[in-house]
Design a protein around this ligand. Sequence first.
Ligand SMILES: N[C@@H](CCC(=O)N[C@@H](CS)C(=O)NCC(=O)O)C(=O)O
Length: 228
Amino acid sequence: MALKLYSAALSLFARKVEIVLLEKGLAFERVMVPFTQTQGYRPKDPFVLANNPKGQVPVFVDGDLVLYDSTVIIEYLDDAWPVPPLFPRDPKARARCRQIELFADEVMLLPLRHLMHRTEPHAADDARWNEAESRTPAQIEALALRHGEAATLLGDKPFFCGEFSAADIAVFLQLHYSERLAGPPLERHANLARFYRRMRERTSVAQTVAAIADGDRELSAPVDGARA
Ligand SMILES: N[C@@H](CCC(=O)N[C@@H](CS)C(=O)NCC(=O)O)C(=O)O
């Protein structure tokens, strides 16, 4: 049965699932929902609206199974296609790893969201954009603290849970979007910067980073100081 993913060029969470599909070597059909920097995710895709009460991508289809939320989708993919594994087997290690994925998706994201207006087109007198931009110094400071916490969680390990896992994909995307949106310099944390570079070398990640860059070329305004 064909796998289908409702995705979007610049959707961090849909790209998170795409990296997993690539890691697992799974062929899938990608349906790109409408997105522009001026209108956002509008008009909403009817299938997404019918199958995700939050109206968000990613939405994933495997035959009669339809799932929303990147974390739930990734857990299903790892259960249904366990090789290569994306979580440790030991229950405590597994729970810690899931927690790090959540830290990335729900905690690192909070200040990062406040940089997202930067890829929207704007004129010098664009009051809404300028107002959002005026709040960025505090948000960058908050994001820098989160990067520090991530660096502590990583320590001297090559990956957050020892071996490569879903947590690495989640943290990587938060760091990549921070680089893309001129967030705090990763070089403040040598271990995190090394992790970021190591992740970019993986085929699944390099392919996804290139697809996000294509999306930016097509859709986004250039961001001053962007490093990705
Ligand atoms: N927790 C959800 C977050 C999904 C999410 O925020 N999706 C964004 C794109 S990255 C979206 O569809 N936003 C449109 C909207 O909220 O209306 C997940 O992990 O899948």
